[in-house]
Design a protein around this ligand. Structure first.
Ligand code: BES
Ligand code: MN
Ligand code: MN
Length: 457
């Protein structure tokens, strides 16, 4: 390694942090249509940043949704080409009153940078840009070829990029892909992830009478839609946490005996996690530990439900309708379309007489499973161990980055999923943060990984 690269990273700590703050200040919330100008501003900001670090062919790629920011550097003849992915959009910051400092005014407390997007994903993908800068400004070249693409719709379904990638497969051609958008296992154990969940998401609407009714005048004569919805929702899972949709588990890739041993060996601290979450105890599907359930089992959650009268005081009505949102996280080899169909069929079969039920599908995505026995993955893992100065573990995720599956099926290359965050970084929560030592260690890890990947065939 050219020591000058690492020295450059050390010397530029303050400026890199300032530049990270500048992108974080842009409230690029992709789920809120009125934030579109901020989303576009973030794309322009990153386009300028790509140019500033020395990337070439920098451009905004038009999709059916928000633009992709693209740049590359392709002058390392005979060396591998690595495609880097990240997302410049963020989640809404609500509930605002729970933030200790405003979500889009990045603030440092106790060695952490607090802001929406600090860890998900601006603080993570930016490490690649600063590592590219360090190589190009010192060595004048990169040890590998790099293509980098950032999307602006990861938090709202990735529809633009999901269509763009299969239509431009050659453009993204590479030997391996790198993503940094996830946490370490805990504060002592950096991690590389080898599995992401898939996702399906439903909206259920139960409709009864044409208008809200007096609950005495018509009570006992009609089906109450909220009651009907509750009955349906209650039959989605049993008390052991098992999902009751027929044939639901048919395609689930079971964890191997080795994997079970490895997960047990990680000594996951349930008490600390329960304490951070503010729950009395953790609850998992029967016969599975919390980590096993989170990583290797599909999960179903009611994300919201509404209907009827929720204002102050009492209002004696039979509501005309009732609604719920439900998510299901899928594990390898479950097929989102198949699950969408069986969920819809099951929910409709549970509908009691006197009301009707409609099930709407939101966009979802496939799970990802990555072959761990891969030279690129191993090279990156040891580089990041050096960058962080800590031993690294392999883990799975309970969460999803749907477009990773799209890239994997189109490009058919190894995926390197590194995490820079921590489980308590507040992903999608108030007071999101990134630890500054993770940010700086991540820049070094990326710079070292570029070199290690250059020697990989
Ligand atoms: N970075 C997260 C995914 C993540 C979070 C991976 C925590 C590992 C641990 C990503 O931005 C995200 O939030 N994904 C969404 C996708 C959804 C909106 C389609 C998710 O998992 O809910
Ligand atoms: Mn993310
Ligand atoms: Mn996210």
């Amino acid at each position: 390694m050219q020591n000058s690269v690492l020295e450059y990273i050390e010397k530029n700590r303050e400026r890199h942090l300032e530049e990270l703050k500048n992108i974080i200040k842009i409230p690029s919330i992709s789920t809120q249509p009125d934030k579109k100008p901020a989303v576009l501003k973030a794309a322009d900001f990153e386009l300028a940043h790509f140019k500033a670090v020395g990337l070439e062919n920098c451009q905004l790629l038009k999709t059916t949704g928000n633009p992709l920011v693209y740049g590359d550097w392709l002058h390392a003849a005979d060396k591998p080409t690595i495609l880097i992915y990240g997302h410049y959009d963020v989640q809404p910051p609500d509930p605002l009153d729970q933030w200790k400092s405003p979500p889009f005014e990045p603030t440092i407390r106790d060695g952490n940078l607090y802001a929406r997007g600090a860890t998900d994903d601006k603080g993570q993908y930016s490490t690649f840009l600063f590592a590219i800068e360090a190589w190009l400004k010192t060595a004048g070249k990169l040890p590998i070829n790099i293509k980098i693409v950032l999307e602006g719709e990861e938090e709202c379904g990735s529809t633009g990029i999901a269509k763009y990638v299969p239509e431009h497969a050659d453009f993204f051609k590479c030997d391996a892909m790198m993503v940094a958008d996830m946490p370490w296992l805990d504060e002592n154990r950096p991690a590389i992830s080898y599995s992401l969940k898939g996702l399906v998401y439903f909206e259920i609407a139960v409709k009864g009478s044409s208008h809200d009714l007096h609950s005495g005048l018509y009570g006992g004569m009609v089906t109450n839609p909220l009651q009907a919805l509750s009955q349906i929702l209650a039959k989605l899972k049993d008390n052991n946490g098992k999902i009751l949709i027929p044939n639901f588990y048919d395609d689930v890739l079971p964890m191997t005996a080795d994997e079970k041993k490895e997960i047990a060996g990680l000594d996951f601290d349930e008490k600390t996690t329960a304490k951070y979450l503010g729950v009395k105890e953790l609850f998992s599907e029967k016969d599975f530990s919390p980590l096993e359930a989170n990583w290797t089992r599909p999960t179903l959650d009611i994300c919201g439900m509404w209907g009827g009268y929720t204002g102050v005081g009492s209002k004696t009505i039979i509501p005309a309708e009732a609604h719920a949102k439900v998510s299901i996280r899928l594990v390898p080899n479950q097929d989102p379309q198949k699950v969408q169909k069986s969920f819809g069929d099951y929910v409709r079969s549970l509908c009691p007489p006197g009301v009707s039920v409609a099930v709407d599908n939101h966009s979802g995505g496939w799970p990802v499973h990555i072959e761990r026995d891969n030279a690129f993955l191993k090279a990156a893992a040891s580089a990041y161990e050096k960058g962080f100065g800590k031993k690294l573990v392999f883990k799975r995720e309970g969460a999803s980055i749907p477009v990773v599956a799209t890239f994997k099926s189109v490009l058919k290359v190894p995926m390197i999923l590194v995490g820079l965050g921590l489980p308590d970084d507040g992903y999608h929560s108030p007071n999101e943060k990134i630890n500054l030592s993770h940010f700086y260690g991540g820049i070094k890890g990326a710079a070292l990984a570029f070199e290690a990947l250059a020697e990989t065939k």
